[in-house]
Design a binder for this molecule. Sequence first.
Ligand code: ANZ
Ligand code: ZN
Length: 801
Amino acid sequence: MKYDFKAIESKWQKKWEDEHTFAAKQDFSLPKFYALVEFPYPSGQGLHVGHPRSYTALDIVARKKRLDGYNVLYPMGWDAFGLPTENFAMKNHIHPEIVTRNNVARFKSQLKSLGLSFDWDREVNTTDPSYYKWTQWIFLQLYKKGLAYKKEMSVNWCTGCKVVLANEEVVNGTCERCHSPVVHKVKSQWMLRITAYADRLIDDLDTVNFIDRVTTQQKNWIGRSHGAEVTFGTTEGDDMIVYTTRPDTLFGVTYMVIAPEHKFVDKWADKITNIDAVRAYREAAARKSDFERTELAKDKTGVQLEGVMAVNPVNGQQIPIFISDYVLATYGTGAIMAVPGHDQRDYDFAKAFGLPIVEVVAGGDISREAFADCATGVMVNSGFLTGMTVEDAKTAITEWLEKEGKGVKKTNFKLRDWVFSRQRYWGEPIPMVHCEKCGWQPLPESELPLKLPEVQNYEPTEDGESPLAHLTDWVNTTCPCCSGPARRETDTMPQWAGSSWYFLRYCDPHNDQAIASPEALRYWMPVDWYNGGMEHTTLHLLYSRFWHKFLYDIGVVPTAEPYAKRTSHGMILGENGEKMSKSRGNVVNPDDIVDQYGADTMRLYEMFIGDFEKAAPWSSSSIKGCKRFLERVFDLSEKLLPGEGYRPQLETSFHKTVKKVGEDILQLKMNTAIAALMSLLNELDAAGGITREEYRTFLLLLNPFAPHITEELWEKAGFEGQIAHAAWPVYDEAKCRDARIELAVQVCGKVRGRFMAAADVSGAEAIAAAKQADGIAPLLEGKTVVKEIYVPGKLVNLVVR
Ligand code: ANZ
Ligand code: ZN
């Protein structure tokens, strides 16, 4: 019989759908397992082969957990607001809602064709008003707790998309999406105070099981550092406050630098004798991105504020003040004390401007470069700090500064508040109203969802207002507070809003009274295992942890963290080892693969392709190998032998493979699990067929990887029910050990031979056998064995003289 994967796969996909085979059960007394993958943005391109890598891996985990008897929630949905849909809608004059509906339909049928065991009864869509009602509700709660606020601020403005971007969406000074230059622009924006959670977002990483890469990236992104704010005097009488992580180096300060935007530039304009040059420099800096200012600027530039000086609080020394774009207005106090002897940026600047360089920690060579890596050094040229270790000096100087009223201990974060406004149409309307008399007022919760109105035109206005601003009827409303005339907010939420809480909605997706019932949340949360892309580490993963902590604080969710475990998959590259992209012409379409080889082969292949965490190039030849393997599995049905049970010569292999596949699945080592199944199949072929018990076990082990073919063979063999409802085979630890093992024989530490022995051979027996092993006896002739060592399961070492 031929392996007709098309007939088999469509048959079982239909059956699973009709019977809701993978629907999570409402019985909260069962042990639960919540497996989650990032829901896709339904783009016009459809699914790419990268999506199934994550989805299939957790599908395998979900299927294994079901076979283990867990009530498994493995849901899927659509993160469907966002710019590409809006841009497509604009270009083609189709409503974004229709574009979204079409894209979702395509994605869904593609996902179904892969045999993923999602609980489709719980599908969510962030653009559905019954969903975004709750996104808006969460915003209102944030607002009520003072965590959403409006602020005039310099924002990242994408010159291509004509939209404000979050810092996270700016890559190397360009827009993450369209790669146009990003410039600064002052706009009034809704902000979310994620910084209020900065400490907990770092500290609580200790309570979850995230892979190290994720933990490290989140910590670096939040960027907590400890140091001091130090007050310098100035000849103008104003205090100049700097943030430093190295207050111990205060005696090495030879000049100051303030950000070009610093308020003292204007305040001291009359006193600065070269103010025109200073202002010209400031204007040039404003046209650069932070990235260009800090990462790219190899050559330091700046202008001295001539006519004013700063005063070092530790020694009263007068030192010059510069503006330079390497100091950012948005970090610390926007001003620094420069220590060129121990900070490379300051060193480069001092060299460029001929400024003095003073060594205050011994051990480096400051004639060549700054001695920055000096945390364990000893202080020199530093007044009362001289002779102290850097560590002690930090404590001593901070105490001195605090006592003198010249400074305070300070912790700083790189993390900034989250710019939450987008001047776009295809997003959740922000449920706020502005009244001349009452200011900003939240919409009453009873008026949620605030639905997106129909518009004719999705273009943002020229000055960058949202297309909603064109809609006078919608914009003009009444104040919820005084009933006077008021205007609605016309900005919408960023794409990250809907994904910041979607995992909660899956717990109870049809609830119209709450984001989900407390019982459902108590039962399902936290997510037991969340897999997703590394690119979401500092965006979605951080945002959603922030929202979740907030919801925890207001008593909506039962856990402080949303995800107990987080893993991340490597990218699938093109056959040439480069990133798949249209321009490189190396894109593999999953539809073609499913059509040509079938979903089971595609699944198996994507799991066999390499270590899950690493990037892996596509390989057409190895996909054929996976197909061939399944064809051989299919042929097993014609090799059934009479008799039950595992045959003695295969018993160990079966117990070992059950153990290995089960353990590998839970460590995402799918490739080695599949290899173990392949070698078991070889053994079966060599043994001339398969007993019913062996067949049953083999199908169960393969089922999570290749669900369709295993269901079909299971049914054909007449095993009870559907394999999806069966139980994972058990193994006996004692039977996992090989009956006979190979031991090495060393003579004086060198391997000289090998022999087979019973796995439970005693030391004395092993040593005796070693002496008899092939080729060993001649080496012992005429010598005395002075030491005999048996390393159980490994080797016998004979030391002779
Ligand atoms: C003196 C000093 C001496 C510094 C030294 C470092 C080494 P992190 O660790 O990232 O928090 N800094 C402070 N504000 C800045 C700004 N707005 N723009 C650019 N640089 C700024 O970095 C803190 C250090 O970065 C601070 O400590 C300051 O330089 C600089 F041997 O002060 B340091
Ligand atoms: Zn009012």
